[in-house]
Design a binder for this molecule. Structure first.
Ligand code: PBG
Length: 323
């Protein structure tokens, strides 16, 4: 077994999985102010202000990162019970999409989350009445949200809310409005995970959510067959691609989804995974570059066609320096 391992060229020659810039999707937080600001639980990641927006997108283009996923940090004064800001055609995300598209056109893909958590005063992804998250009422708003994002010029809407039946309704709503070519990347197998903590700090929904959780709509970490059921439904309803989330603790799910459905399958290396790797590297306990690269290669090996990762730009630089 060791003959192939003897030399670097030989290890490369038999390599089954590869990572390239085309595998990376870069999640970006945007804030409605000129200056960018750091996020304490995500060292090295900023809430990007308007002064730095186009520079940041330019960096992604230069690195040949195919798409960015944009998340808005919404001012608390705009958050309400009914999360109506989500459907405002002039909200931060729509303005951001328009600005990027004006300068970059189709040079890079733009992905927008469809869910209410950046806009709801309770921090939930759906509408809430008497402590219950309402399914169908939420979907009606999600359809509106997807339409304003598509109108603004986004290329892919990514429903991350985990309501039942939303993919089919969003597809119909987009088609009705002439948005037949807008893709739907479904967060199909999304778990009620504690690894999302730093993301909720980043978009400022942690305080709104308080002691609440998302267990009545996101999947329980114990489930695996259920993930296949979720993916099957979303594909039947018209999803163009599906996502598994979080990443590293759910490699088994990723592998099963890819093997079963053989459709474009994405994985999200979520904020908590980024935070763990970064913290250990800061302490000098792990070597950052090699552990991050290993974590991403593991996603490719398990079957991912693309990876959402906060390391995208850094990894893009590393990949360039290898050429
Ligand atoms: C919100 C959303 C979340 C993430 C992406 N979209 C958080 C949540 O469901 O609470 C998490 C991403 C991350 O942790 O990096 N619908």
């Amino acid at each position: 077994m060791r003959r192939h391992r003897t030399h670097e060229w030989s290890r490369r020659m038999v390599q089954e999985s590869n990572l390239s810039a085309s595998d990376l999707i870069w999640p970006l937080f945007v804030i409605d102010q000129p200056k960018s600001e750091p996020i304490s639980s995500l060292p090295g990641v900023n809430r990007v202000g308007s002064n730095d927006l186009l520079k940041t997108v330019e960096q992604a283009c230069r690195l040949k990162i195919p798409a960015i996923a944009i998340f808005p940090v919404t001012d608390n004064s705009l958050k309400t019970e009914d999360a109506l800001e989500a459907t405002n055609p002039d909200n931060l995300i729509c303005r951001t999409v328009r600005e990027i598209k004006k300068s970059f056109g189709n040079e890079i893909g733009l992905i927008c989350d469809v869910a209410l958590d950046p806009y709801s005063s309770h921090g939930q992804d759906g509408l809430m009445r008497n402590g219950v998250i309402l399914n169908d009422e939420t979907i009606a708003i999600l359809c509106q949200q997807a339409i304003v994002q598509a109108d603004a010029g986004c290329d892919i809407v990514a429903p991350s809310d985990m309501m039942d039946g939303r993919i089919g309704e969003i597809r119909d709503a987009l088609d009705d409005q002439g948005h037949q070519s807008i893709q739907i990347m479904s967060y199909a197998a999304k778990y009620a995970s504690s690894f999302y903590g730093p993301f909720r700090d980043a978009v400022g929904s942690a305080g709104n959510l308080g002691t609440g959780d998302k267990k009545t709509y996101q999947q329980s970490p114990s489930q695996t067959d259920e993930a296949l059921h979720e993916v099957a439904l979303d594909l039947l309803e018209g999803a163009d691609s599906v996502m598994v989330k979080p990443g590293m603790p759910y490699l088994d799910i990723l592998q099963r989804v890819k093997e079963t459905f053989k459709v474009p399958t994405f994985v999200y290396q979520v904020s908590g995974e980024y935070a763990m790797l970064t913290a250990a590297a800061e302490k000098g306990w792990l070597d950052k570059r090699s552990t991050v690269m290993e974590s991403l290669l593991a996603f490719k090996r398990a079957g991912a066609d693309g990876i959402l990762t906060y390391f995208a730009a850094e990894v893009g630089d590393w990949l360039k320096s290898q050429d």
